[in-house]
Design a protein around this ligand. Structure first.
Ligand SMILES: Cc1cc2nc3c(=O)[nH]c(=O)nc-3n(C[C@H](O)[C@H](O)[C@H](O)COP(=O)(O)OP(=O)(O)OC[C@H]3O[C@@H](n4cnc5c(N)ncnc54)[C@H](O)[C@@H]3O)c2cc1C
Length: 429
């Protein structure tokens, strides 16, 4: 069985930040920086050459959140900090023995979003600090505003360049699905056995390791629509681009941001849309109203205040069956209706795949809800290290860890807490 000190499951922004830090790209603070608290400022100054070396419990015990310690240096102000003014820098040190196993390549779920997908926030919010996105724009001749939204055609190449620039690629195996993370038996000198399946040929393999970084992301277990006939050829279980759907009449099933994106883009491409969702109108309208800072929600407000000739919205409704010839049965508050369509797009989201950890009984979860209707269970972790409170050596990365926001800017700084803890325990810092 191949052994590594650390196995990182998942190649999204969550896993990549930890990988870069374990590769030896250690943060340091430089120049004129200021933390809002004098106590934290003094602490930072004292540890600025090597902040990974101190135990962040020291901050926690004084009432400061360790993840904020790094986040404040990466994003000290609302707007992007010009490259020559960064106070967060990196020094290359010895690497730890890590390997990343991931279904997609670098960039995680951004590899599979719709072809024209934009982010919900500015470019610098999506960045991993070790390789600033401003530097990527400069190096690749992209004339872009760091405070503007990013197209996925810029973002995925950025994450790919991140792995290239920082020398991570030799340690990343993509096309590999982690199927189980479990405790080892007494006969092996390690903590975990990680089982995998090669996605191209199904070949299985086993690895052992001392630490696992669990970064499989929020969509690693796609929700299944509870309806008959989802295998009909006119049903797509993920949205890509209007050109991929022949015919005029499209039913979109969902109700979250991804379904909103699909329904609007198809509508604006000239299709006739029936948008079916389980939620009440008020909930959907609240999301639209609360999201008016985003261009595609401004467009939603426009569509709803217009004639809506090609956008039919069915609230508190659910599709019960997809039948032959494009016939779709829908349960509505007024009773069962049947419509005929050319294509169906199902966008009902997913959850982190905690089945992978099913060997561990009674994991403690924190039910995370945000104003924008993201809902998921996060694993409870030590807030100084992001180590699971239930499984020593297990570190949820990305947004499956309690105490992070549900966005890259919200969770990225956690990579320094995770890698720092592993490096300190491995005497590498
Ligand atoms: C349409 C859309 C728009 C979004 N917009 C924004 C935004 O604007 N800003 C923002 O900050 N966030 C946004 N998000 C949230 C998104 O979750 C984060 O941007 C980010 O991708 C999360 O990073 P992650 O590393 O936790 O997970 P992911 O990006 O999901 O990466 C995890 C990766 O792990 C791999 N994986 C999954 N299961 C396994 C397995 N069993 N074994 C091995 N590998 C596995 C897959 O390759 C997966 O892609 C958006 C999400 C969606 C769906």
């Amino acid at each position: 069985m191949e052994h590594h000190s650390v196995i990182i499951a998942g190649g999204g922004p969550g896993g990549l930040g930890v990988a870069a830090t374990l590769e030896g790209w250690h943060p340091r603070f430089e120049g004129d920086y200021e933390f809002p608290s004098d106590e934290v400022q003094a602490f930072a100054k004292q540890n600025e050459a090597n902040p990974l070396a101190f135990d962040p419990h020291e901050l926690l015990e004084r009432g400061h959140r360790p993840i904020e310690f790094y986040r404040m240096r990466h994003h000290p102000i609302q707007d992007a900090v010009p490259l020559d003014e960064w106070s967060l820098k990196f020094t290359k040190q010895q690497r730890a023995d890590w390997i990343m196993l991931s279904t997609d390549g670098p960039g995680g779920l951004w590899n599979n979003v719709p072809k024209e997908q934009m982010t919900l926030g500015p470019a610098h919010w999506m960045e991993l600090a070790h390789y600033p996105i401003g530097k990527f724009y400069e190096q690749t001749g992209r004339d872009r505003d760091l405070n503007s939204l990013v197209h996925r055609d810029d973002l995925v190449p950025y994450y790919q360049a991140f792995t290239e620039e920082l020398g991570l690629n030799d340690h990343i195996k993509s096309g590999v699905k982690v199927t189980s993370i479990a405790p080892v038996g007494d006969d092996i000198d390690a903590r975990f056995v990680v089982e995998t399946a090669d996605q191209s040929n199904g070949t299985t393999a086993k690895y052992s390791c001392d630490y696992v970084v669990f970064g499989v992301g929020p969509r690693s277990s796609i929700r299944k629509l509870d309806a008959n006939g989802t295998d009909q050829s006119y049903v797509s279980l993920a949205y890509t681009h209007p050109d991929d759907y022949p015919g005029e009449r499209v039913i979109v099933i969902g109700g979250g941001r991804s379904a909103d994106w699909a329904a609007q883009e198809l509508h604006d491409a000239g299709k006739i849309i029936l948008y079916v969702m389980r939620q009440k109108p008020d909930t959907h309208l609240k999301l639209i109203n609360d999201s008016q800072f985003l261009p595609y929600y401004q467009r939603w407000a426009e569509i709803l205040s217009g004639e809506q000739e090609r956008m039919g919205l069915l609230y508190e409704s659910s599709v019960t069956a997809f039948e032959s010839e494009g016939l779709v049965a829908i349960s509505t508050p007024e009773g069962l209706v049947q419509v005929q369509i050319d294509h169906a797009v199902v966008e009902i989201g997913g959850d982190p795949d905690y089945e992978i950890l099913s060997s561990y009984e009674d994991l403690s979860f924190h039910a995370k809800r945000d104003n924008f209707r993201f809902q998921l269970n996060q694993l409870k972790v030590d807030q100084a290290t992001f180590e699971s409170i239930d499984v020593p050596g297990l570190y949820p990365a990305g947004y499956s860890a309690q105490g992070t926001g549900l966005s890259v800017i919200g969770f990225h700084a956690g990579c320094f807490l995770i890698a720092g803890d592993i490096l300190r325990k491995s005497n590498l810092v």
